[in-house]
Design a protein around this ligand. Structure first.
Ligand SMILES: [Zn+2]
Length: 231
């Protein structure tokens, strides 16, 4: 390193130029009594919202919920169609608004919460419509996707690096899961026969997942793609 003022050669531990006294900033060394040259937190936490905003968001969901419920009870004397709206609003609240109440919402907790809410909503619809598709179809499909996505979220959250490998494996798992979805559909609904539509999403997801795995394992290829797409 050289002094910016007089150009004399400086050693690494110099805080001041020995010749002209100009302060020396070494970009990689931060002295204990020195302010860092740049702020440590480049992206301040934007998720932090005031209590007022949170309360407003909650009211924005709660108010239509109550109005819908009131109208339905008033005109039909019981909860009929409003159940769907109430369920959908609750599902939206649990999966979108509820996590924002926390400073750093842990997706490993909130992702399965969202899926659980969705499963309960499906159970409700199944019960109201007198359907028999929840246990043999909706539950295993929503539960399976929920498990796969939760596993991916946990790996992405707790592992450092290897993100492409995790997303690639998840994509492949979802592709294979499509076979089960079609099988369950065929078994549950007598009118549907197995035509093998699942192989179209399966092949697509296998190709995409395989590509992500390849890029995750092959550093030169990954870097050349990053350079090409400026990411
Ligand atoms: Zn100097």
């Amino acid at each position: 390193m050289y002094c910016v003022q007089c150009g004399v050669k400086l050693s690494d531990n110099e805080q001041k130029c020995p010749l002209c006294g100009t302060a020396v900033y070494h970009p990689d060394i931060i002295w204990e009594d020195e302010e860092p040259l740049y702020p440590k937190n480049k992206y301040p936490d934007k998720r932090k919202r005031s209590f007022f905003t949170q309360a407003l968001l909650t009211a924005a969901v709660l108010l239509p919920l109550l109005i819908v419920l009131f109208c339905d009870l008033r005109f039909n004397g019981r909860m009929s169609w409003s159940g769907y709206v109430v369920g959908a609003l609750l599902l939206f609240y649990v999966s979108v608004i509820l996590p924002t109440w926390f400073k750093k919402p842990n997706p490993v907790i909130f992702v399965p919460c969202g899926f659980t809410a969705a499963i309960l909503y499906l159970l409700y619809i199944n019960g109201v419509t007198g359907g028999d598709w929840f246990l043999p179809f909706a539950f295993p499909v929503a539960g399976g996707v929920g498990l796969i996505v939760t596993a991916m979220t946990a790996l992405l959250h707790y592992l450092h690096g290897g993100k492409l490998i995790v997303v690639g494996s998840t994509t492949i798992a979802l592709g294979l899961f499509m076979i089960l979805v079609e099988l369950l559909m065929t078994v549950t609904f007598a009118s549907i026969s197995f035509i093998g539509w699942c192989f179209y999403p399966l092949v697509t997801l296998l190709i995409v997942g395989g590509l992500l795995l390849f890029l995750g394992c092959n550093r030169p290829a990954r870097e050349s793609v990053q350079r090409k797409f400026f990411i």
